[in-house]
Design a protein around this ligand. Structure first.
Ligand SMILES: [Cu+2]
Length: 83
């Protein structure tokens, strides 16, 4: 589950991670769902919640970060690990 409790929208950009999983869908808590073979980034609005359904396929460590101006520099980056 991706949930934004902040005051700004954010991106979960993780191109290599999204290619290392078999994506089933992204589902909104109220607006619907999107089925796609893979994603590059997922944008989360203030107060928004999205559920990413996937099967991990390729082991590894993948970077995730926000592409909005200054957000990555302010620390909005991390690592996603598939073991
Ligand atoms: Cu951000």
């Amino acid at each position: 589950m991706l949930k934004n409790h902040g005051k700004k929208k954010h991106y979960f950009t993780a191109e290599d991670f999204y290619k290392a999983i078999a994506t089933r869908k992204v589902q909104s808590n109220r607006d619907g769902e999107i089925k796609a073979p893979y994603f590059i980034a997922i944008e989360l609005m203030v107060g928004g919640q999205l559920d990413l359904y996937f099967v991990p396929v390729k082991r590894g460590e993948y970077e995730v970060f926000c592409t909005i101006k200054d957000h990555r520099e302010e620390g909005m980056e991390g690592k996603l690990v598939i073991r």
